[in-house]
Design a protein around this ligand. Structure first.
Ligand SMILES: N[C@@H](CCC(=O)N[C@@H](CSS)C(=O)NCC(=O)O)C(=O)O
Length: 300
């Protein structure tokens, strides 16, 4: 099995849209070689006693302007990270390894899996923030290529997937985890995946908002995301203007929709005059089965 150490050597040769975390906080014990190769893609907590590092990549699919995120616990270069999913009502512990993708797109699955392979990761989860209407999730295709991967979507979405999550559930990978926060509005089952809240988790936190809050915009939203600390990074599912990241504080100040009173907000949202996403008739049925539509017959 490839060790995570491999990713430090291979990261400089990648040509994907590679998003660097803003102002990464590196632990004082980081070695010079670690800094030179990993600064852009890893993340350390503020805790001086902790060496927890989030490997993070932001990937882009240009036809639907969708972001996919790759996350892994990079603090275990020498041993597989234990991955567990802790569900709020019943707790189960699964010994899986390594990394998770948030909002994969079918068209870019090969690129994403090749990155996972290059980085020496084992992919275990394909997370979906919601049933998308503008593209087909990559979850199904990923499962045909890597049968061990579990697809995840919210129970409230009424879609089918291997694991249905609810608000408060924790999805653990290594010593890091994402918590599930219900953020309905754009769709009834929209959830935001928020990185863990604790001194042993990456700080500031990261929120993968799907279409609930976009940078300086939103799909359809409630305001649950704005209860997070202002320095929480916002990583949406789309961007139509070239932005890559924001923070809760920035969006509270500058989001042209979410800074308005309720009446004005409603008025803006009712008058967006957006035409239906081009892919809606294909994407919604396929995403209701997490991308497993007629893939079995294709594989046969
Ligand atoms: N033109 C695109 C779809 C654009 C669109 O409707 N985006 C949605 C999120 S994907 S369903 C949205 O909520 N946008 C908010 C906005 O302010 O643009 C296509 O045809 O696929």
């Amino acid at each position: 099995m490839l060790r995570l150490r491999c990713l430090w050597l291979s990261s400089s040769s990648l040509h994907f849209n590679q998003q660097f975390l803003p102002s990464p906080i590196l632990s004082s014990s980081s070695s010079a070689s670690f800094r030179s190769k990993m600064e852009a893609v890893s993340y350390s907590t503020r805790s001086s006693s902790s060496s927890k590092k989030l490997l993070f990549r932001q990937l882009f699919e240009k036809e639907s302007s969708t972001y996919t995120y790759l996350l892994a616990d990079a603090s275990h270069p020498d041993k597989p990270a234990l991955v567990r999913i802790l569900l709020s009502d019943h707790q189960m512990k699964l010994n899986y390894v390594y990394s998770t993708l948030v909002d994969p797109v079918d068209k870019t699955v090969d690129r994403d899996l090749s990155l996972v392979k290059d980085l020496g990761l084992k992919l275990i989860y394909a997370l979906n923030t919601h049933v998308h209407a503008d593209h087909v999730t990559g979850s199904g295709l990923i499962k045909t290529k890597l049968p061990g991967v579990k697809s995840i979507i919210s129970k409230a979405s009424k879609a089918s997937a291997d694991i249905l999550v609810e608000s408060g559930d924790k999805i653990q990978f290594g010593d890091l985890y994402l918590e599930v926060r219900a953020t309905p509005g754009h769709t009834v089952g929209c959830v935001t995946y928020v990185s863990g809240d604790g001194s042993d988790q990456p700080q500031p936190r990261l929120a993968f908002t799907g279409d609930a809050v976009l940078i300086r915009g939103c799909g359809r939203t409630d305001f649950q995301i704005f209860t997070l600390p202002e320095d929480t990074f916002i990583y949406p599912a789309h961007d139509y203007k070239g932005f890559t990241v924001s923070t809760v504080g920035e969006e509270m100040l500058y989001n042209p929709r979410l800074t308005k009173d309720e009446e004005t907000f409603k008025n803006i949202m009712e008058n967006l005059k957006l035409s239906n996403p081009k892919m809606i008739d294909v994407a919604v049925p396929a995403n209701m089965v997490c991308g497993l539509q007629d893939l079995d017959s294709k594989a046969a």
